[in-house]
Design a binder for this molecule. Structure first.
Ligand code: ADP
Ligand code: MG
Length: 246
């Protein structure tokens, strides 16, 4: 197999899909038989705010942003008495034209448009929910569209590196360069350290396999140089499922 010909994409089965028990249907629609793509990695994620904000950073500041965070964090579909059910299934698929093929099966972003334009697509099963301000006035909509699928190769690389560490993906299925970490990195209160600080989290240790681009950003942050990406975009994958989220 010439893996250079193959693309990767990130798919998220979102909380509304889990709540409505359509996970099996979605996985069938995205199976190798329909898409020619294979699983490269999969995990159950209790999405924390940092991951939600990084994943949807392009929408920061928009009226629907907070509702979008509540949605992907599972708060919208699983209120406080069912917190433990808040999760997303994150999957990396690998195949030819996988981004285009999976986006086509997912369909248009807005479920109303999905039903009009592409009946039968996954997002045609979704719904649009009004978002209210504190006074009860409708200020925007939340689009509960069941699945996320990377829209381009740039998005796929950014998103896969947000949700997965290299060890989550079998070495022969990894699409992006990795490097062996040579030092310890600890994280606390939006800062990175090379030695342990009380209450900090160990992110990486010598010998760990990391995304090459992540190590570059960590080194830039340590030296207080302008970095190629945010510190949060690096540490977030190491904090996944580490704590119970509110
Ligand atoms: P897609 O998921 O199709 O790639 P985007 O990347 O533009 O779409 O947006 C990410 C998610 O943010 C969408 O799936 C949807 O849930 C939400 N979203 C995007 N645009 C809007 C909007 N105008 N109003 C409400 N929610 C939106
Ligand atoms: Mg998108």
């Amino acid at each position: 197999m010439d893996t250079n010909q193959l693309e990767q994409t990130l798919v998220l089965i979102k909380p509304d899909a889990l709540k409505n028990s359509v996970t099996g249907f979605i996985l069938s629609q995205l199976s190798e038989y329909h898409t020619g793509s294979r699983f490269a990695a999969a995990k159950i994620v209790n999405v924390n705010r940092m991951l939600a904000e990084e994943h949807y950073s392009e929408h920061k500041g928009k009226a629907f942003f907070e509702a979008l965070l509540d949605y992907i964090m599972g708060k919208a579909h699983y209120p406080d008495d069912n917190k433990w059910k808040r999760r997303v299934i994150a999957i990396v698929y690998l195949g030819q034209n996988t981004q285009k093929n999976i986006r086509r099966i997912a369909g248009p972003t807005n479920p109303h448009e999905a039903r009009d334009e592409q009946p039968g697509c996954l997002r045609a099963l979704g719904t649009v929910v009004p978002v209210f301000d504190a006074d009860g006035k409708i200020i925007d909509n939340r689009m509960d569209n069941l699945v996320h699928a990377s829209a381009s190769s740039e998005d796929a690389e950014r998103e896969i590196k947000l949700w997965f560490v290299p060890h989550d993906i079998p070495p022969l299925m990894r699409a992006y360069p990795t490097e062996i970490c040579q030092t310890h990195y600890y994280y606390k209160d939006a800062e990175v350290f090379e030695t342990y600080e009380p209450d900090s989290s160990l992110i990486l240790a010598p010998g760990d396999v990391a995304w090459e681009t992540d190590l570059k950003i960590l080194q830039q942050c340590i030296k207080n140089e302008p970095a190629n990406g945010t510190l949060n975009s690096v540490v977030v994958k190491y904090l996944i499922n580490k704590n119970v989220q509110d």
